[in-house]
Design a protein around this ligand. Structure first.
Ligand SMILES: CC(C)(COP(=O)(O)OP(=O)(O)OC[C@H]1O[C@@H](n2cnc3c(N)ncnc32)[C@H](O)[C@@H]1OP(=O)(O)O)[C@@H](O)C(=O)NCCC(=O)NCCS
Length: 148
């Protein structure tokens, strides 16, 4: 069983989220987060998915929402722990993120999707826009979906 909820910036759960992101998204590329990069997340919406079987809840998935303008929000740092991938958790996290974005009044969600993750976002109704581009050294596409 698992539970998806909002996290507070800077706390212990946030640190665990950063560790998960580092392991799933950065280390495989030989990259790491800097404190300066993380400080920019102070006003972001932070979402974590926790496994509830153990007494101490362990983070197994996450994402971050960054405000672009009054209408548009950007999904970033979408990650599911490797041993939990492909079991529907990413879909649940993204659906939770869309509901939060709607609650906050946003009407459109966008992301820079890794090429390998494009089919995942397509499954959830996102469409790619424009040409492939490089980010953190790997191919990406911008993707968008109108929220309703
Ligand atoms: C991409 C990621 C977030 C997806 O989360 P997940 O929990 O593995 O995905 P889900 O099990 O919820 O998958 C939902 C659907 O998308 C499909 N899907 C998921 N990842 C896919 C992939 N890489 N390629 C093709 N289809 C994929 C699933 O098969 C499922 O399809 P269904 O509708 O037939 O059931 C996760 O695999 C991950 O963390 N990957 C490594 C990091 C990464 O690439 N993050 C995204 C950065 S943009």
């Amino acid at each position: 069983m698992y539970q998806i909820r909002l996290l507070e910036y800077g706390g212990g759960e946030y640190r665990d989220m950063v560790k998960l992101r580092d392991k799933v998204l950065r280390k495989p590329l030989g990259l790491h987060f800097t404190e300066k990069y993380l400080q920019q997340e102070v006003n972001d919406i932070l979402i974590g998915c926790f496994e509830t079987e153990e007494e101490n809840q362990v983070i197994i998935g996450c994402c971050v929402l960054s405000l672009i303008d009054d209408e548009l929000v950007q999904l970033r740092q979408m990650a599911v722990r490797e041993d939990f991938q492909r079991s529907g958790i990413g879909r649940e996290i993204l659906t939770f993120a869309e509901t939060e974005a709607l609650k906050e009044g946003f009407t459109m969600m966008m992301m820079h999707a890794r090429k390998a993750a494009v089919p995942f976002y397509e499954r959830l109704g996102y469409q790619s826009i424009g040409e492939e581009f490089l980010e953190v050294g790997i191919p990406h596409y911008e993707m968008r979906k109108k929220l309703k």
